[in-house]
Ligand binder design. Structure first.
Ligand SMILES: [Cu+2]
Length: 330
């Protein structure tokens, strides 16, 4: 559960670093487990030492002989020195484990990788997929599909402020810095839907900047990708639908949104060519239902205060036609 504002429906998918679905996350989990065990044991040992010190009865006769005092002191010294040595050894061990983890994270084989360019925007994710020859194939938003077993190279960019790409079931965090392009590589090994979240405070709606990663069998992924690469389904039969397309192209929607196969070429907002293939709206803030879509378009500010998408004034018939046409964008 991550949404508490009234009227918003949560998108429930695992977002869980303790259940890795890929090699990278598995390496990170191993390091976490090791650190937890070492630190847990040290913590328990320190508590036991404190407890022993507290329970020692302070009833030693004040007049211990000099010899007794000297032997007590040398025992204490030995204990302190050996505890110090053990601490240094354990810390060095953790450093080595850390470096080894870092190495295995960067050693993911990346031949035959799927290339996706993800741009963090206030407050959604733009995703540009490349085809197998590295040429731009299609653009989508907020929901990534990836084939299981193939490495994914995600180029990260930030359009406005710092964001951070984080899908805990697959990998650790990677910051997206304006003006500094970086990449994150991961591989999903288990099919499933994994939730991601922007992990760097990026403004008012930072908490509503989620994404979903669908890890699919290669065949399902290919089917999805070729569907996305196709232009919008031209269903010009129903008059309401045709009218809806005209409303979209002639209102301000088209200044901000693209729908391939129409004259709408705006790039300020998400590409809507296959809007209906998405499970969520507005970066995971709403599940993609007809009612939520209508509510979002009527008053985006009510869902995401501060969003750059304005409420566009439309007549009731225009609005209904627009919604009917949007529903065809499969
Ligand atoms: Cu963000």
């Amino acid at each position: 559960m991550f949404v508490t504002r009234a009227g918003l429906s949560a998108v429930l998918s695992p977002q869980d670093a303790l259940h890795p679905a890929g090699v990278q996350a598995a390496h990170i989990l191993q390091l976490w487990n090791l650190t937890l065990i070492v630190c847990g044991v040290v913590f328990a040992a320190v508590l036991v030492a404190v407890l022993i010190a507290l329970m020692r009865r302070p009833d030693r006769p004040a007049r211990s002989t000099e010899r007794e005092l000297a032997s007590q002191e040398s025992r204490a010294q030995k204990a302190i020195v050996s505890a110090g040595i053990v601490s240094v050894v354990l810390l060095l061990g953790l450093v080595v484990a850390d470096v080894l983890t870092d190495r295995s994270l960067s050693r993911l084989p990346v031949s035959d990788a799927v290339h996706i360019q993800v741009t963090g925007e206030q407050w959604w994710w733009r995703a540009n997929y490349a085809d197998d020859h590295g040429q731009p194939a299609f653009t989508t938003a907020n929901e990534l599909h990836v084939p299981v077993g193939r490495p994914i190279i995600v180029s990260l960019e930030a359009a406005d402020v710092i964001h951070s790409f984080w899908v805990p079931n697959l990998h650790g965090k990677k910051d997206m810095l304006p003006g500094l392009d970086s990449t994150i590589e991961f591989r999903a090994d288990k099919p499933g839907t994994y939730r991601g979240q922007c992990a760097q405070f990026c403004g008012a709606e930072h908490a509503l900047m989620a994404m979903l990663v669908f890890a699919q069998t290669p065949a399902d992924y290919e089917a999805w990708a070729s569907g996305q690469a196709a232009p919008a389904a031209a269903e010009a039969d129903g008059t309401a639908v045709t009218h809806g397309l005209r409303v979209f192209e002639q209102s301000s929607c088209a200044n901000c949104h693209s729908v391939r196969g129409t004259s709408a070429r705006g790039t300020l907002g998400p590409d809507l060519t296959h809007l209906m293939s998405r499970r969520t709206l507005a970066a995971g803030a709403l599940s993609n239902t007809p009612q939520n879509l209508a509510d979002w378009i009527r008053d985006p500010e009510a869902v995401k205060p501060g969003t750059t998408m304005p409420a566009v004034t439309l007549t009731a018939p225009d609005r209904a036609a627009l919604l009917a046409w949007l529903a065809t964008l499969r």
